[in-house]
Design a protein around this ligand. Structure first.
Ligand SMILES: Cc1cc2nc3c(=O)[nH]c(=O)nc-3n(C[C@H](O)[C@H](O)[C@H](O)COP(=O)(O)O)c2cc1C
Length: 249
């Protein structure tokens, strides 16, 4: 059972190539701040782009000969897998790249196939459960997906990300937080507006710990864009002009 008073191990998987400079991490850090306000937390951030790991070779031993174990042992994946297994809350934080997760994060995910049950030709479940099934199910563990994108229409552009996590984790078995326009909000350097926007993610972090999840209403609210259509167009035009002129930061 979810215990809001329990000290939590929180593992953040940061899939942005910008590592600590990731705009998505503004959201993730605000969410973490809210979590910390509600319970004692041990937080570790893993920057996937700084990990030493090889892509999956496709040998499928982790579903056969060495079931549950990847045969590649001399890189960082087995250490991260251990941390994933021990975490109370896993937060995957990444930018949307080509309407999907960034390639390096996908390579990282592929290396974790051993965490899923072996596929033996069963029919996909019709009750929204994980398609493969989790090898180490843990009803007390929580999984949060935080992603940001440039488009305003998160309902449209996150379709493939949603489908991917629905298949991997099971629909409703993770908390999706998809946020538009955040990079521009960071770029315009209006600290008051940024802080006002981030406040709802701090509150969401606190609510998450108190309740073990978020309501659909909160999730929808977190996806609302910070800028009006007109203002966003102006900021983007300015950004691309400055980029061409070599003035963009
Ligand atoms: C290679 C690449 C592909 C992108 N593809 C999309 C996309 O498909 N849809 C979108 O809305 N934004 C896209 N973006 C914009 C990023 O998702 C957005 O700027 C994000 O907030 C950056 O987050 P980060 O600072 O954490 O890396 C793309 C950016 C890059 C560099």
């Amino acid at each position: 059972m979810w215990d809001k008073n329990k000290k939590k191990k929180v593992l953040v998987i940061n899939g942005s190539p910008k590592n600590d400079r990731s705009s998505t991490m503004y959201i993730t850090n605000a969410f973490l701040e809210g979590l910390k306000a509600s319970c004692e937390c041990d937080i570790e951030v893993i920057n996937v782009h700084k990990l030493n790991f090889k892509p999956c070779t496709g040998c499928l031993s982790c579903w056969g000969r060495t079931e549950g174990e990847c045969v590649i042992k001399n890189d960082d994946i087995s250490i991260v897998k251990e941390k994933l297994l021990n975490a109370d809350i896993i937060i995957e934080s990444f930018p949307l790249f080509f309407f999907s997760m960034p390639g390096v994060l996908k390579s990282f995910t592929d290396r974790l196939l051993s965490m899923m049950l072996t596929y033996k030709g069963h029919k996909p479940p019709t009750n929204n459960e994980s398609l493969h099934g989790l090898r180490y199910p843990d009803s007390d563990k929580r999984f949060v997906v935080i992603s940001s994108c440039a488009y305003t229409e998160v309902d449209l552009v996150y379709d493939s990300v949603k489908a991917q996590f629905d298949f991997i984790c099971g629909k409703g078995a993770y908390t999706p937080i998809f946020v538009p326009q955040i990079k521009t909000l960071v770029d315009v350097k209006n600290e008051n507006k940024l802080n006002r926007f981030l406040k709802k993610f701090i509150d969401a972090g606190t609510y998450f710990n108190e309740n073990g999840g978020l309501t659909d209403e909160i999730i929808n609210d977190l996806s609302k864009p910070p800028f009006s259509e007109g203002a966003y167009k102006i900021f983007l035009s300015q950004f691309w002009q400055e980029e061409k002129d070599g003035k963009a930061s």
